[in-house]
Design a protein around this ligand. Structure first.
Ligand SMILES: [Zn+2]
Length: 249
């Protein structure tokens, strides 16, 4: 396949399975698409491995996961990799911005429509990645551009590049199961696949119990003062059950 270098315009002979290359004439890092080459850019990590683990721990301690997960999970060592995104600079009524779409399949949620983290981007080079794995783009840029239009409508695309964003992959284990997560090594943002989520069922049970108790009391007792007293007496046990549920779940 013959393509033109986006930097110097030289004609390049590219084998069909090649997705990333450096132009032999000008040295520019390029990503190969069906119709031409795009710049391959990269951001340097600014978040350290220890900091990445701390970000994940805060997510595990947060309101969406089961109680005490941050203390009970066995968290593995963070492994840095450079994950590919197609970056589209789009213009719409509100101005210009850059939107990222994943260029490789992943079980991580929230990668579509990610904003480019604030930080300096530069041409992809081994000096930046220092031997960390660089994931090749597998999803064609045309497919990603389709997702872009599904999400943002008929926006005009000003620029297309491949961005390799540094991500720490961190696996953790809880009750014999392994879970996958990643931490953006530029912004510190946590991406999760599935995780041990707080179950809603116990909360619904507590709410049903409260409805049942107060409802019955309201039906059975008609004297207003007696009703108020009864509510006062039955509220503390229900609050206690609710409090225990929050602590345990
Ligand atoms: Zn070139």
């Amino acid at each position: 396949m013959e393509l033109r270098c986006s930097q110097c315009g030289a004609t390049l002979e590219v084998a069909p399975d090649v997705r990333l290359l450096a132009c032999p004439y000008c040295g520019t890092a390029l990503a190969v698409s069906a119709t031409g080459t795009l710049f391959d850019e990269v951001m340097r990590p600014t978040v350290g491995a220890g900091e990445a683990t701390a970000h994940l721990r805060r997510f595990l301690a947060g309101p969406r996961t089961v109680a005490n997960l941050d203390r009970q999970a066995r968290i593995g060592d963070p492994v840095l990799e450079y994950f590919p995104f197609w970056a589209f600079t789009i213009r719409d009524g509100t101005g210009e911005r850059t939107v990222l779409m994943p260029a490789a399949p992943s079980s991580l949620q929230g990668l579509q429509g990610l904003a480019l983290p604030a930080g300096e981007t530069r041409t992809m080079s081994p000096d930046v990645t220092k031997g960390a794995p660089v994931v090749e783009p597998e999803i064609p840029v045309e497919t990603a551009e389709g997702w872009l239009h599904d999400r943002y409508g008929d926006v005009s695309v000003q620029r297309r590049v491949l961005y390799h964003l540094p991500l720490y992959r961190i696996a953790y284990e809880w009750r014999g199961r392994r879970y996958a997560a990643a931490v953006d090594a530029v912004s510190g943002r946590v991406f999760h696949a599935d995780y041990p989520a707080k179950s809603e069922a116990p909360y619904l049970l507590v709410a049903a119990l409260a409805l049942l108790v107060f409802g019955l009391e309201g039906l059975v007792v008609s004297n207003l003062l007696a009703k108020a007293l009864l509510y006062l007496v039955s509220a503390p046990p229900i609050l206690l059950v609710a409090w225990l549920t929050v602590r345990r779940v």
